[in-house]
Design a binder for this molecule. Structure first.
Ligand code: NAD
Length: 504
């Protein structure tokens, strides 16, 4: 497969996408309020779109049920569904440049990152195409004169709700396994970044996914998202977003007795031991917090450094953070691109201001740029705060921006206590050349993912889980397809005589 040439610029949605949403197999103008989508690098509106409504939710769910039935998708053999998913994956790869260029305009992220997210989505579709062919049921050991088996069946229509920070990749992580399992999907992308999910739907169409199996309803969470989760025709919801929203949706799901998967926030510790390869650790810690402008659930935002190394490491880290280049996502030399919106940037600034007011010190960053082109966009500089203790609000609350706190630790016991003293349990980084120690700490830290001597690296084959306030259930991995399936048990009688019961 040849790749399209890498994009050199961010590009607005093409005419086939403009002002249309995708409801039950029909491209139509939304009847909801107008959404203005803004380039975070300049603050300029680049396109508008009418949001979906609660009525669209109903039409999309009904459309999904009908499509799954009429097209035969839910009863197709796994390899037949896999063929379609493969074509979608290949199309995503072929269009990675176009997807990246659109997403950079919509989210401000660098072109390198948005293109990588498109490639990740391509690989997710192809992986789930392979995974669905391993969905073996089981002949189980009978305890009577039967042949007993356990099989997997589609659940029906899945609601997939995503945030704005990694669109296309988070879409694919939900849509691909749900479709692979034979379901229909109603996706609700965020208002702040709806475009690439709509483009994904176009590409799915072109790749031969039966119309109606995937609907895309951009719109506000409190109306469209809420209606989707509450809809009686939705068999399961998969949600990625903030912990407050996730907790609320867990209550709604409990009322319906509906399964829900939640991938939520984080405040992940990244730990530098005294025997760390300092050069590697500096690069990894820097990348872990400042890539994606810190707008990452797994951002390594709480840095713990062994006291003997603390001063040296902190000085080096701050020196490097100061040299990171802020700029638009379209500039190949940009390290730290703008944040998603000015409003979000301002909420990050307020949290930092409150910490400074409470006694923290900013070793770099710590203030919104007020001059030059950076003042126009949603920029916030890489910021390292010291003079804090782990129980401070700034060390406990998710900031979702390029802001790290750095603290010393004395020994393993002290470290594990501090690192685990958090409501969250998403990720952790460990920097040490002693793999015995690294493994010991990896086991002791309450987190769904631990990286040793690396950070923020992913394989689609490896499950992703959030503990505590970071989530419920897992995504990715081979079992992802099973998570969108119901298990059914079948007993076939093979005895020669009827059931012995009563007087007959
Ligand atoms: P958010 O919770 O505000 O919104 C996420 C999605 O939920 C959006 O599409 C939104 O419209 C929708 N929504 C909001 N209220 C809803 C409701 N009542 N009913 C149904 N849907 C509703 O989160 P955000 O600000 O868009 O995203 C940032 C958060 O996402 C951060 O906390 C981040 O850590 C988290 N996140 C987690 C992961 C992970 O895998 N654990 C990955 C990325 C982001």
């Amino acid at each position: 497969m040849t790749l399209a040439a890498p994009p050199v610029t961010a590009t607005p949605p093409t005419a086939d996408l403009l002002d249309s949403i995708y409801v039950g197999g029909r491209w139509t103008r939304g009847a909801g309020d107008e959404i203005e989508t803004v380039d975070p690098a300049t603050g300029a509106v680049f396109a508008t779109l009418h949001a979906a409504t609660v009525d669209d939710v109903d039409a999309a769910v009904q459309g999904g049920l009908t499509a799954a039935h009429r097209s035969g998708w839910s009863s197709q053999l796994p390899h037949e569904r896999a063929a379609v998913l493969h074509r979608i994956g290949n199309s995503l790869e072929h269009n990675a440049g176009r997807i990246g260029a659109l997403q950079t305009l919509d989210t401000g992220k660098t072109l390198t990152e948005t293109r990588a997210l498109a490639m990740s989505a391509a690989n997710t579709f192809r992986y789930m195409a392979a995974a669905v062919e391993t969905m073996d049921g089981a002949l189980t050991t009978p305890r009577g004169p039967w042949m007993t088996m356990s099989t997997y069946e589609p659940m029906g229509v899945i609601g997939a709700i995503t945030p704005w920070n990694s669109p296309i990749a988070s879409d694919a992580q939900k849509i691909a396994p749900a479709l692979a399992a034979g379901n229909a999907v109603v996706a609700k992308p965020p208002v702040w970044a709806p475009w690439v999910t709509l483009l994904l739907a176009r590409l799915c169409d072109e790749a031969g996914l039966p119309a109606g199996l995937l609907s895309v309803l951009p719109g506000p969470g409190r109306t469209v998202g809420e209606a989707l989760v509450r809809h009686p025709g939705i068999a399961k919801v998969t949600f990625t977003g903030g912990t407050t929203t996730g907790r609320h949706l867990a209550h709604v799901a409990a009322e319906k007795l509906m399964p829900i998967t939640l991938e939520l926030g984080g405040k992940s510790p990244t730990i530098v031991f005294d025997d760390a390869d300092v050069e590697r650790a500096l690069q990894g810690v820097l990348y872990g917090i400042f890539s994606s402008s810190g707008q990452s659930c797994i951002a390594g935002s709480r840095i713990f450094v062994h006291r003997s190394l603390f001063e040296h490491f902190t000085t080096q880290l701050v020196e490097r953070a100061r040299h990171l280049r802020m700029g638009p996502g379209t500039d190949p030399s940009t390290d730290v691109a703008p944040m998603i919106t000015i409003a979000h940037r301002d909420s990050v600034a307020r949290m930092v201001d409150a910490a400074l007011h409470a006694g923290a010190r900013a070793l770099c960053g710590g203030a919104v740029p007020t001059e030059g082109p950076l003042a126009e966009g949603a920029y916030y500089p890489p910021t390292v705060l010291t003079g804090v203790v782990n129980t401070d609000a700034i060390c406990q609350e998710e900031i979702f921006g390029p802001v790290a706190v750095i603290m010393p630790f004395d020994d393993e016991l002290d470290l594990v206590e501090q690192a685990n003293d958090s409501a969250y349990g998403l990720a952790c980084g460990i920097w040490s050349q002693d793999y015995r120690r690294a493994l010991r700490i990896a086991k002791a830290i309450d987190a769904g993912t631990v990286w040793v001597n690396t950070y923020k690296q992913f394989s689609i084959s490896t499950p992703f889980t959030g503990l505590r306030d970071s989530g419920l259930g897992s995504e990715k991995g081979r079992d992802a397809v099973r998570h969108y399936s119901n298990q059914k048990s079948i007993y076939l009688d093979i005895s020669d005589s009827p059931l012995a019961w009563g007087r007959n």
